[in-house]
Structure formats: C-alpha cells, structure tokens
Write a protein that binds this ligand. Sequence first.
Ligand code: SF4
Length: 376
Amino acid sequence: MNEFAQVMSRYDWHQVKESFESISELQVVAALRKSQQGLELSLSDFKVLISPAAAPYLEHMATLSQGFTQQRFGHTMQLFVPLYLSNMCSNICTYCGFSMENRIRRTTLTMAQIEQEALAIKAMGLDHILLVTGESERKVGMDYFEEALGVLSKHFSHISMEVQPLSTLEYARLAKLGVESILVYQETYHREKYAKYHLKGKKSDFDYRLATPDRVGQAGISKVGIGCLLGLEDWRTDAFFVAAQLDYLEQTYWQMRYSLSFPRLRPCEGGSEVNSPMSERELVQLICAYRLFNHQVELSLSTRESAVFRDNMLKLGVTTMSAGSKTQPGGYANADKSLEQFSIDDNRSVRQVASMITSKGYQVVWKDWQTGLNQY
Ligand code: SF4
C-alpha cells in the first residue's frame, strides 16, 4: 500500500460524506476568520468550506479567493490547448466515450498528422499543449510518445501529458524529453465504487492509479495535476480526498508544483449517469475553497464549462484555462466531431478567449513561466 493509500485508510468514505451535514455556520465563520488572518487552513477547515453550511458565505469566500490569487499570480491567466493523439483504449470506463466497448471509429495520429495538428495549433497562437490519449499501451506506448515528442518539441515550449499511468523510469524518460507536467485524475476516491466504473483494463487497479503522482514526483517531473471526475460519486467527499492527496504530495515532494482541475461529468457516447450533480454555484464554492486552502496551487478550468461561467471565474481563483479545444484526434486540422471524447461547452476561439481575458484587465500567459527558471 502506498503512503497516500495509508493516509486514506484513516478515513471512512461514508463518515466523511455524512459529516458534511453536521457542519455549522459557526464553524464556517471560524474557518473564514482564520483565512482572513492569513493563517493556514487545515483539511478540516477545507471540509467546512465546501459544506452546505458555507453556501451562504460564497461572496465572502470569493473575495478572499480573488485576493489570494492576485497576490500569488498577479493579473494573469495561462492558456493551453489539449491535443488528442489517439482514441484507442484498452479500458472499459462506464463514463467515457473512448471506452473500449463503444463502437466508435478509432484512430491514432501518424507523425505527419501530428505535425499538421501542431501547425494548426501554432496558428491559433498557443505555445502550451496538453497531449491526451486513451490508454492503450500496445498501440500508444512509450515508443510512440518519444516519436511524437520529437515532432512536437520543435513547435511548443511547454508540453504536458494526460496519458495512461506509467512507471517511474518511464516518467524519468519523459522528463528528459522535455515533458513539464503530468495530469492524472483518480476519477473517484471511493474504492468500491471505483471498481464499478472501471470494469476492465489496467485502469481498474485503484492503487496503481492512486500512486501515480508519487511516481511522477520520484521521476523529477516539474508538475503534477490531480483531480476527480465531479458527479461520479458524492462530489464533496471526492473533493475532500483530492485536497488530502494534494496535502500529502506537497509534504512528500515539496519541490514539485501542483495543479487541480474540476471536470464535471459531461454527456458522451454510452455515458453513465451523474450520481452527484453539482451546480455552477457549488463549483464556484469548491474552487474558492481550494484557493483558501492552498494559495500556491494552480487551478485549471476547461472548456467543459460554459463561456459565461468561465468569464465569471476569471478573477475568482482560476489561474489556467484551456481555449479553442477539440476533444478528438486530428480535430484542429480536420473537424470530424464523430471522434470526440466528450462535448465541450465553451466553443469560442482562442482569439475570443484571449480578448475576453484582456478586456477584464488580465494578461494572457502563452507559456508556463517556470519553464525557463527550471534550467537554473
Ligand atoms: S477514461 Fe481514459 S482509460 Fe477510461 S475509457 Fe476513457 S480514455 Fe480510456
């Protein structure tokens, strides 16, 4: 059992879930006072801030979140775009359009197609890409990644990856090839329910996935992004475990940087039901609570959310946004929507998102500023 699995074993999922209902407004006021005084918040304080009792204090939370974010990140917003390399997948995940049992057309981009995608993305003005694949080690494994990174590193100064969990040695190889960050979401921290959503393939190994950020840290990659798929199981309980894992990772791999994302379950081919619906207001509450809990962590909001919502969140804690996204392999050079993983909500172009950001007095960051500093 890895160390975070041991941390998790101290908690009972159902007790954590039930505890949200007994949190009082007095506890909320106490946590907010602590935050206002600049004191560090504990995991228990975080739990208080995402409880139903904290909902009436959203405005206060948003003001504090805005202040802490501006202090740490200034008036900036990083933009990136996902580049889907393949929709091949050897797993069955009940909530995903790429799931192995779904009868969709499968494709893996050739190096020539990757080059075309790179040129199309560069023409959009972006310099930070997130490489995404399904999880098919046989078809899309390390050899493929190496070749693809050879093509893409000529075009982009910041490359992140969201692919199948790899070994420490493989992450170390990716670090040498210039990969700056790895995103890996646990989807849900409910161990028993996890097995019901992940029916087949390597992803059904809960513990291997849970220990992935540790392997990323041990391999010396600069940043790891974690999160859960909000809506699969009780979102408050899952969000609590994300915060607990962040806390554990920061204490264990203090030299790494961290980002959090908040994907809400979206409609897709053969998709599963949303068990724990989360309103936009609740998502704001969660984002602000993460910021109050951790002033340094990057908070990333994708085009799964609507344009109006993203515009409103710009000042309230978020530091990174995707823009102009396509969720199908080859989607930038060719608009075949039948291959997409899930539908997106904010369909604006990169130029439109960038001008919204500048119109609100913020500066667009086209590539991660840390890249250069890492060399010294
Ligand atoms: S969530 Fe990932 S691993 Fe699961 S089916 Fe989709 S692409 Fe494959």
